[in-house]
Design a protein around this ligand. Sequence first.
Ligand code: HEM
Length: 167
Amino acid sequence: MDAVFRIAVQWLHVTAGVLWIGGGFYTILVQLPALLASPAAARGAVMPSLVPRQLNYTFRVAEFTIVTGLLNLFVSGRAQELTRLDTRWSWAILAGIILTVGIYAASRATVGRWALRLIEIGPLAASGDAAASAQMPLLADRIRRFGYVQITVGALILLAMVTARFS
Ligand code: HEM
C-alpha cells in the first residue's frame, strides 16, 4: 500500500512539474511569437480570453507541483536529510526548492502583472492609440526575456530533481 501511495504522489508531482515547465516552453517558444506576428486587432481580440486562463493554469499547476513536491519529501522517507544537508540528495532537493519558490514568486510579481497590463492596453492599441501601441512591444519583450529566465530555471529544477533521484 505504501508503494502505491509513493507511486501516486511521484506520478502527480512529475506530471504537474511537466505541465508547468512544459507550458512555459510552449508559451515562450510558440504562443508569444505567434501572437506578436498577428495583426494588432486580432491580438487585442484574443488576449482578454487567453491571458487570464493562461495565468490561472500556470499558477495553479505550479502550486500543485509545489504541494506534491513537499508531500514527496515525506513519502520518500528522506526528508530528515534536509536538516543535515550531508548528502547529494539533500543539496539537490534544496536547490530545487529554492529555484522553484524563487521562480514562482518572481513570476507572480512580474509576468502576471505585465500580462494583465497587455490585456488592458490591447484594445487601445487595436483602436489606434499610439501610446498603447508603443507600449505593447516593450511589455511583450519583457515577458519574452523573463520567459527565457523561466525556462532556464525550469530546466535547472529538472536537473536538480533527476540528480536527487539518482543520489
Ligand atoms: C517545492 C518544490 C519541490 C520539492 C520539495 C520537490 C521534491 C521532490 C522529491 C522529494 C522528489 C523525489 C526524489 C527522489 O526520487 O529521491 C522529486 C522528484 C521529481 N521532481 Fe520535484 N520537487 C519540487 C519541485 C519540482 C518542480 C518545479 C519540478 C518540475 C520541473 C519537479 C520535477 C520532479 C521530477 C521530474 C521528479 C522525478 C525525478 C526522477 O525520478 O528522475 N519538482 N521532487
